[in-house]
Design a protein around this ligand. Sequence first.
Ligand code: ZN
Length: 394
Amino acid sequence: MSEQKECHPALAILEDLVRIQSVNPHYGSDACGEGKVAEYIERRFQGTKVKVSRQPVFPGRDNLVLELRTGHGDATLLFETHMDTVSIGSMENALTPIYRDGRMYARGACDAKGSLAGMIWALEECAKHPEQLHADVVLCAAVDEEHEYRGLRAFMAAGMPIAGAVVGEPTELSIVVAHKGCARFAVMTHGKAAHSSMPEEGDSAIFQMVQVLQFMRDVVEPELRTRSHPLCGSPTIVAGTIHGGTQINIVPEQCEIEVDRRIIPGELPETAIAEFERQLREYIEREGLQVQVSVRELLLDWALETPKDAEVVSFARHAARTLGLSDELVGVTYGSDASKLQRQGIPTIVYGPGSIAQAHSKEEWVSANEVGLAAQFYYHLARSFGSPEDGGAS
Ligand SMILES: [Zn+2]
Protein backbone atom coordinates (compact mmCIF):
# COMPACT_ATOMS: atom_id res chain seq x y z
CA MET A 1 0.00 0.00 0.00
CA SER A 2 3.03 2.31 -0.11
CA GLU A 3 2.31 3.05 -3.73
CA GLN A 4 -0.49 5.58 -3.21
CA LYS A 5 1.34 7.57 -0.53
CA GLU A 6 3.26 9.82 -2.91
CA CYS A 7 0.23 10.11 -5.16
CA HIS A 8 -2.20 12.92 -5.71
CA PRO A 9 -4.59 13.92 -2.86
CA ALA A 10 -7.58 13.24 -5.16
CA LEU A 11 -6.80 9.54 -4.66
CA ALA A 12 -7.61 9.78 -0.96
CA ILE A 13 -11.00 11.22 -1.90
CA LEU A 14 -11.48 8.41 -4.40
CA GLU A 15 -10.65 5.83 -1.72
CA ASP A 16 -13.36 7.32 0.51
CA LEU A 17 -15.86 7.37 -2.35
CA VAL A 18 -15.41 3.75 -3.42
CA ARG A 19 -15.79 2.55 0.18
CA ILE A 20 -19.34 3.93 0.09
CA GLN A 21 -21.65 1.57 -1.76
CA SER A 22 -23.79 3.65 -4.14
CA VAL A 23 -25.27 1.11 -6.50
CA ASN A 24 -28.20 2.51 -8.47
CA PRO A 25 -31.41 1.12 -6.87
CA HIS A 26 -32.49 -0.04 -10.31
CA TYR A 27 -29.92 -2.84 -9.90
CA GLY A 28 -31.63 -4.65 -7.01
CA SER A 29 -32.82 -4.50 -3.42
CA ASP A 30 -29.35 -4.50 -1.80
CA ALA A 31 -28.40 -1.37 -3.74
CA CYS A 32 -27.84 1.58 -1.39
CA GLY A 33 -28.34 4.44 -3.82
CA GLU A 34 -26.41 7.70 -3.73
CA GLY A 35 -27.43 9.06 -0.29
CA LYS A 36 -24.22 8.27 1.63
CA VAL A 37 -22.01 9.69 -1.13
CA ALA A 38 -24.03 12.91 -1.06
CA GLU A 39 -23.61 13.10 2.74
CA TYR A 40 -19.86 12.56 2.40
CA ILE A 41 -19.47 15.38 -0.14
CA GLU A 42 -21.71 17.63 1.91
CA ARG A 43 -19.49 17.08 4.97
CA ARG A 44 -16.33 17.89 3.01
CA PHE A 45 -17.65 21.30 1.99
CA GLN A 46 -19.01 22.30 5.40
CA GLY A 47 -17.51 25.61 6.50
CA THR A 48 -16.07 26.42 3.08
CA LYS A 49 -17.03 29.18 0.65
CA VAL A 50 -18.93 26.63 -1.42
CA LYS A 51 -22.71 26.72 -1.15
CA VAL A 52 -24.12 23.23 -0.91
CA SER A 53 -27.70 22.45 -1.84
CA ARG A 54 -29.73 19.37 -2.45
CA GLN A 55 -32.01 18.91 -5.39
CA PRO A 56 -34.61 16.20 -4.77
CA VAL A 57 -34.93 13.76 -7.65
CA PHE A 58 -36.39 10.61 -6.04
CA PRO A 59 -37.36 10.07 -2.39
CA GLY A 60 -34.07 9.93 -0.49
CA ARG A 61 -32.04 10.44 -3.64
CA ASP A 62 -30.94 14.04 -4.21
CA ASN A 63 -28.52 15.66 -6.62
CA LEU A 64 -25.86 17.55 -4.74
CA VAL A 65 -25.21 20.99 -6.22
CA LEU A 66 -22.05 22.81 -5.09
CA GLU A 67 -21.68 26.44 -6.06
CA LEU A 68 -18.55 28.53 -5.76
CA ARG A 69 -19.80 32.02 -6.57
CA THR A 70 -17.06 34.50 -7.37
CA GLY A 71 -19.09 37.29 -8.93
CA HIS A 72 -18.83 35.92 -12.48
CA GLY A 73 -22.30 34.44 -12.85
CA ASP A 74 -22.24 35.23 -16.55
CA ALA A 75 -19.32 32.81 -16.96
CA THR A 76 -20.34 29.77 -14.94
CA LEU A 77 -18.34 26.60 -15.51
CA LEU A 78 -20.22 23.40 -14.70
CA PHE A 79 -18.62 20.14 -13.64
CA GLU A 80 -21.11 17.31 -13.84
CA THR A 81 -20.76 13.64 -13.03
CA HIS A 82 -22.68 10.93 -11.22
CA MET A 83 -22.61 9.36 -7.78
CA ASP A 84 -24.29 6.05 -8.66
CA THR A 85 -22.58 2.91 -9.91
CA VAL A 86 -23.74 -0.26 -11.61
CA SER A 87 -24.21 -3.37 -9.47
CA ILE A 88 -21.31 -5.04 -7.67
CA GLY A 89 -21.96 -8.14 -9.76
CA SER A 90 -19.24 -10.75 -9.42
CA MET A 91 -16.51 -8.22 -8.60
CA GLU A 92 -14.58 -9.28 -5.48
CA ASN A 93 -13.63 -6.76 -2.76
CA ALA A 94 -15.55 -4.23 -4.80
CA LEU A 95 -15.82 -1.72 -1.96
CA THR A 96 -12.16 -1.85 -0.94
CA PRO A 97 -9.69 0.25 -2.89
CA ILE A 98 -6.91 -2.13 -3.88
CA TYR A 99 -3.77 -0.83 -5.59
CA ARG A 100 -1.92 -3.02 -8.04
CA ASP A 101 0.45 -2.00 -10.86
CA GLY A 102 -0.46 1.66 -10.62
CA ARG A 103 -4.16 0.90 -10.79
CA MET A 104 -6.89 1.22 -8.23
CA TYR A 105 -9.44 -1.59 -8.35
CA ALA A 106 -12.95 -1.00 -6.96
CA ARG A 107 -16.54 -0.74 -8.20
CA GLY A 108 -17.08 2.78 -9.50
CA ALA A 109 -13.33 3.64 -9.40
CA CYS A 110 -13.46 4.27 -13.13
CA ASP A 111 -17.15 5.01 -13.75
CA ALA A 112 -17.29 7.65 -12.49
CA LYS A 113 -15.87 8.14 -8.96
CA GLY A 114 -12.40 8.85 -10.37
CA SER A 115 -13.88 11.85 -12.16
CA LEU A 116 -15.97 12.82 -9.13
CA ALA A 117 -12.94 12.71 -6.81
CA GLY A 118 -10.96 14.92 -9.21
CA MET A 119 -13.80 17.42 -9.47
CA ILE A 120 -14.23 17.56 -5.68
CA TRP A 121 -10.51 18.18 -5.20
CA ALA A 122 -10.45 20.87 -7.92
CA LEU A 123 -13.41 22.68 -6.37
CA GLU A 124 -11.84 22.52 -2.90
CA GLU A 125 -8.64 24.03 -4.26
CA CYS A 126 -10.56 26.76 -6.11
CA ALA A 127 -12.49 27.60 -2.94
CA LYS A 128 -9.21 28.41 -1.15
CA HIS A 129 -8.64 31.40 -3.48
CA PRO A 130 -11.94 32.33 -5.10
CA GLU A 131 -10.64 35.84 -5.85
CA GLN A 132 -8.23 34.31 -8.37
CA LEU A 133 -11.01 32.86 -10.50
CA HIS A 134 -12.58 34.42 -13.59
CA ALA A 135 -15.70 32.29 -13.44
CA ASP A 136 -18.25 30.85 -11.06
CA VAL A 137 -17.72 27.12 -10.65
CA VAL A 138 -20.56 24.68 -10.05
CA LEU A 139 -20.29 20.96 -9.41
CA CYS A 140 -23.38 18.84 -9.91
CA ALA A 141 -22.99 15.35 -8.42
CA ALA A 142 -26.02 13.70 -9.96
CA VAL A 143 -28.08 10.64 -9.14
CA ASP A 144 -29.35 8.01 -11.54
CA GLU A 145 -26.93 8.25 -14.46
CA GLU A 146 -26.73 4.48 -14.70
CA HIS A 147 -30.46 4.10 -15.34
CA GLU A 148 -32.65 6.92 -16.62
CA TYR A 149 -30.55 10.10 -16.29
CA ARG A 150 -33.22 11.58 -14.04
CA GLY A 151 -30.63 13.44 -11.96
CA LEU A 152 -29.22 15.40 -14.86
CA ARG A 153 -32.72 16.09 -16.15
CA ALA A 154 -33.72 17.57 -12.78
CA PHE A 155 -30.59 19.73 -12.76
CA MET A 156 -31.30 21.03 -16.26
CA ALA A 157 -34.95 21.68 -15.44
CA ALA A 158 -33.79 24.08 -12.72
CA GLY A 159 -32.40 26.23 -15.53
CA MET A 160 -29.14 27.48 -13.96
CA PRO A 161 -27.25 29.65 -16.50
CA ILE A 162 -24.11 27.77 -17.60
CA ALA A 163 -21.43 29.01 -20.02
CA GLY A 164 -19.57 25.74 -20.46
CA ALA A 165 -19.61 22.24 -19.00
CA VAL A 166 -17.38 19.26 -18.37
CA VAL A 167 -19.00 15.86 -17.95
CA GLY A 168 -16.87 13.46 -15.91
CA GLU A 169 -16.75 10.04 -17.54
CA PRO A 170 -13.78 7.84 -18.38
CA THR A 171 -12.09 9.21 -21.51
CA GLU A 172 -8.46 8.25 -20.73
CA LEU A 173 -7.73 11.98 -20.41
CA SER A 174 -8.87 12.74 -23.94
CA ILE A 175 -10.91 15.85 -24.66
CA VAL A 176 -14.09 14.38 -26.09
CA VAL A 177 -16.13 16.82 -28.18
CA ALA A 178 -18.17 14.33 -30.21
CA HIS A 179 -19.92 11.08 -29.55
CA LYS A 180 -22.65 8.95 -31.00
CA GLY A 181 -26.23 8.88 -29.82
CA CYS A 182 -28.81 6.18 -30.33
CA ALA A 183 -32.33 5.47 -31.44
CA ARG A 184 -33.81 2.31 -29.97
CA PHE A 185 -37.01 0.92 -31.35
CA ALA A 186 -39.01 -2.28 -31.71
CA VAL A 187 -40.21 -3.68 -35.02
CA MET A 188 -43.14 -6.07 -34.93
CA THR A 189 -44.45 -8.24 -37.73
CA HIS A 190 -48.09 -9.29 -37.69
CA GLY A 191 -49.15 -12.65 -39.14
CA LYS A 192 -52.08 -15.00 -38.64
CA ALA A 193 -52.16 -17.86 -36.18
CA ALA A 194 -53.14 -21.34 -37.32
CA HIS A 195 -52.58 -24.89 -36.15
CA SER A 196 -49.28 -26.19 -37.45
CA SER A 197 -51.04 -29.16 -39.00
CA MET A 198 -52.69 -26.67 -41.39
CA PRO A 199 -50.00 -23.97 -41.91
CA GLU A 200 -51.63 -22.83 -45.16
CA GLU A 201 -54.43 -21.35 -43.01
CA GLY A 202 -51.96 -19.05 -41.26
CA ASP A 203 -49.28 -16.49 -42.02
CA SER A 204 -46.00 -16.75 -40.12
CA ALA A 205 -44.85 -13.54 -38.46
CA ILE A 206 -41.42 -15.14 -38.02
CA PHE A 207 -41.01 -15.62 -41.78
CA GLN A 208 -42.10 -12.02 -42.25
CA MET A 209 -39.38 -10.95 -39.83
CA VAL A 210 -36.80 -12.77 -41.94
CA GLN A 211 -37.63 -10.27 -44.69
CA VAL A 212 -37.15 -7.36 -42.29
CA LEU A 213 -33.75 -8.71 -41.21
CA GLN A 214 -32.83 -9.21 -44.87
CA PHE A 215 -33.72 -5.57 -45.49
CA MET A 216 -31.43 -4.50 -42.65
CA ARG A 217 -28.54 -6.51 -44.04
CA ASP A 218 -29.02 -5.72 -47.75
CA VAL A 219 -30.25 -2.13 -47.65
CA VAL A 220 -29.66 -0.42 -44.30
CA GLU A 221 -26.17 -1.61 -43.37
CA PRO A 222 -24.51 -0.76 -46.73
CA GLU A 223 -26.21 2.62 -46.74
CA LEU A 224 -25.05 3.46 -43.20
CA ARG A 225 -21.48 2.57 -44.15
CA THR A 226 -21.55 5.36 -46.76
CA ARG A 227 -22.18 7.92 -44.00
CA SER A 228 -19.35 8.99 -41.76
CA HIS A 229 -18.38 11.57 -39.16
CA PRO A 230 -14.68 12.54 -38.96
CA LEU A 231 -14.45 11.83 -35.22
CA CYS A 232 -17.14 9.15 -34.68
CA GLY A 233 -17.08 7.01 -37.82
CA SER A 234 -20.20 5.50 -39.34
CA PRO A 235 -23.63 4.90 -37.86
CA THR A 236 -24.48 1.28 -37.07
CA ILE A 237 -27.55 -0.87 -36.60
CA VAL A 238 -28.00 -4.02 -34.52
CA ALA A 239 -31.07 -6.17 -33.89
CA GLY A 240 -30.28 -7.10 -30.29
CA THR A 241 -33.26 -9.30 -29.44
CA ILE A 242 -35.87 -11.35 -31.26
CA HIS A 243 -39.03 -12.88 -29.89
CA GLY A 244 -41.66 -14.68 -31.91
CA GLY A 245 -44.37 -17.29 -31.61
CA THR A 246 -45.95 -18.86 -28.57
CA GLN A 247 -45.95 -22.59 -29.13
CA ILE A 248 -44.26 -25.14 -31.34
CA ASN A 249 -47.51 -26.27 -32.98
CA ILE A 250 -48.93 -22.83 -33.79
CA VAL A 251 -48.07 -20.68 -36.79
CA PRO A 252 -46.71 -17.56 -35.08
CA GLU A 253 -48.95 -14.53 -35.11
CA GLN A 254 -46.34 -12.05 -33.89
CA CYS A 255 -42.62 -11.54 -33.96
CA GLU A 256 -40.66 -8.62 -32.56
CA ILE A 257 -37.09 -7.43 -32.76
CA GLU A 258 -35.46 -4.68 -30.70
CA VAL A 259 -33.15 -2.52 -32.73
CA ASP A 260 -30.29 -0.32 -31.53
CA ARG A 261 -29.40 2.22 -34.19
CA ARG A 262 -26.35 4.29 -33.25
CA ILE A 263 -26.51 7.75 -34.74
CA ILE A 264 -23.62 10.08 -35.57
CA PRO A 265 -23.51 13.86 -35.05
CA GLY A 266 -25.72 15.43 -37.68
CA GLU A 267 -28.34 12.70 -37.38
CA LEU A 268 -31.34 12.94 -35.06
CA PRO A 269 -32.66 9.87 -33.22
CA GLU A 270 -36.32 10.50 -34.05
CA THR A 271 -35.44 11.03 -37.72
CA ALA A 272 -33.42 7.79 -37.77
CA ILE A 273 -36.49 5.80 -36.69
CA ALA A 274 -38.78 7.53 -39.19
CA GLU A 275 -36.23 6.94 -41.95
CA PHE A 276 -35.95 3.23 -41.06
CA GLU A 277 -39.71 2.80 -41.19
CA ARG A 278 -40.09 4.68 -44.46
CA GLN A 279 -37.32 2.72 -46.19
CA LEU A 280 -38.70 -0.56 -44.86
CA ARG A 281 -42.17 0.18 -46.22
CA GLU A 282 -40.69 1.20 -49.59
CA TYR A 283 -38.67 -2.05 -49.65
CA ILE A 284 -41.76 -4.16 -48.87
CA GLU A 285 -43.65 -2.41 -51.66
CA ARG A 286 -40.80 -2.60 -54.18
CA GLU A 287 -40.13 -6.30 -53.52
CA GLY A 288 -43.85 -7.12 -53.47
CA LEU A 289 -43.60 -8.75 -50.02
CA GLN A 290 -46.51 -9.80 -47.82
CA VAL A 291 -45.18 -8.21 -44.63
CA GLN A 292 -47.26 -6.34 -42.05
CA VAL A 293 -45.08 -4.27 -39.77
CA SER A 294 -45.36 -1.73 -36.99
CA VAL A 295 -42.55 0.27 -35.42
CA ARG A 296 -42.47 1.45 -31.81
CA GLU A 297 -40.00 3.93 -30.30
CA LEU A 298 -38.14 2.75 -27.17
CA LEU A 299 -35.42 5.30 -26.39
CA LEU A 300 -33.88 8.36 -27.98
CA ASP A 301 -30.44 9.75 -27.16
CA TRP A 302 -28.73 12.54 -29.02
CA ALA A 303 -25.25 12.58 -30.45
CA LEU A 304 -22.70 15.12 -29.21
CA GLU A 305 -20.91 17.61 -31.38
CA THR A 306 -19.43 20.56 -29.54
CA PRO A 307 -18.18 23.46 -31.67
CA LYS A 308 -14.38 23.33 -31.71
CA ASP A 309 -14.18 27.05 -31.08
CA ALA A 310 -16.39 26.94 -27.95
CA GLU A 311 -14.79 28.63 -24.94
CA VAL A 312 -14.82 25.48 -22.84
CA VAL A 313 -12.94 23.64 -25.60
CA SER A 314 -10.25 26.35 -25.90
CA PHE A 315 -9.70 26.48 -22.14
CA ALA A 316 -9.70 22.68 -21.91
CA ARG A 317 -6.99 22.46 -24.56
CA HIS A 318 -5.02 25.13 -22.76
CA ALA A 319 -5.31 23.25 -19.45
CA ALA A 320 -4.20 19.99 -21.10
CA ARG A 321 -1.16 21.65 -22.69
CA THR A 322 -0.21 23.25 -19.37
CA LEU A 323 -0.04 19.74 -17.86
CA GLY A 324 1.81 18.27 -20.83
CA LEU A 325 -1.26 16.24 -21.81
CA SER A 326 -2.77 15.74 -25.25
CA ASP A 327 -4.94 18.62 -26.43
CA GLU A 328 -6.28 16.67 -29.38
CA LEU A 329 -10.06 16.72 -29.78
CA VAL A 330 -11.54 13.26 -30.10
CA GLY A 331 -14.81 11.46 -30.70
CA VAL A 332 -16.08 8.24 -29.12
CA THR A 333 -18.80 5.76 -29.95
CA TYR A 334 -20.55 5.60 -26.55
CA GLY A 335 -23.03 8.15 -25.23
CA SER A 336 -22.96 10.44 -22.18
CA ASP A 337 -24.80 13.23 -20.39
CA ALA A 338 -22.83 15.74 -22.47
CA SER A 339 -25.19 15.54 -25.44
CA LYS A 340 -28.16 16.45 -23.24
CA LEU A 341 -26.36 19.57 -21.98
CA GLN A 342 -25.14 20.48 -25.46
CA ARG A 343 -28.69 20.13 -26.74
CA GLN A 344 -29.72 22.82 -24.23
CA GLY A 345 -27.15 25.10 -25.86
CA ILE A 346 -24.43 24.52 -23.23
CA PRO A 347 -21.05 23.84 -24.89
CA THR A 348 -19.88 20.62 -23.25
CA ILE A 349 -16.88 18.31 -23.28
CA VAL A 350 -16.40 14.91 -21.68
CA TYR A 351 -13.19 14.37 -19.72
CA GLY A 352 -12.09 11.92 -17.08
CA PRO A 353 -9.59 9.30 -15.91
CA GLY A 354 -9.92 5.64 -16.85
CA SER A 355 -11.16 3.81 -19.88
CA ILE A 356 -14.73 3.00 -20.84
CA ALA A 357 -13.49 -0.58 -21.38
CA GLN A 358 -13.12 -0.92 -17.58
CA ALA A 359 -16.45 0.72 -16.72
CA HIS A 360 -19.17 -1.75 -15.69
CA SER A 361 -16.67 -4.62 -15.91
CA LYS A 362 -16.01 -7.45 -13.47
CA GLU A 363 -12.55 -6.03 -12.79
CA GLU A 364 -13.18 -2.30 -12.68
CA TRP A 365 -10.04 -0.24 -12.24
CA VAL A 366 -8.66 3.21 -12.90
CA SER A 367 -5.10 4.38 -13.40
CA ALA A 368 -4.03 6.14 -10.19
CA ASN A 369 -1.84 8.49 -12.19
CA GLU A 370 -4.75 9.47 -14.44
CA VAL A 371 -6.93 10.30 -11.42
CA GLY A 372 -4.35 12.83 -10.25
CA LEU A 373 -3.87 14.28 -13.71
CA ALA A 374 -7.62 14.61 -14.25
CA ALA A 375 -7.91 16.44 -10.93
CA GLN A 376 -5.15 18.82 -12.04
CA PHE A 377 -6.84 19.27 -15.40
CA TYR A 378 -10.19 20.20 -13.79
CA TYR A 379 -8.39 22.61 -11.48
CA HIS A 380 -6.45 24.33 -14.28
CA LEU A 381 -9.59 24.58 -16.38
CA ALA A 382 -11.56 26.12 -13.49
CA ARG A 383 -8.71 28.53 -12.71
CA SER A 384 -8.41 29.80 -16.28
CA PHE A 385 -12.00 29.61 -17.53
CA GLY A 386 -13.20 33.06 -18.49
CA SER A 387 -9.79 34.68 -18.19
CA PRO A 388 -8.85 37.06 -21.01
CA GLU A 389 -5.29 35.65 -21.42
CA ASP A 390 -5.82 31.92 -21.72
CA GLY A 391 -8.92 31.68 -23.87
CA GLY A 392 -8.88 31.10 -27.58
CA ALA A 393 -5.18 30.22 -27.46
CA SER A 394 -5.76 27.10 -29.50
ZN1 ZN B 1 -20.66 6.81 -15.99
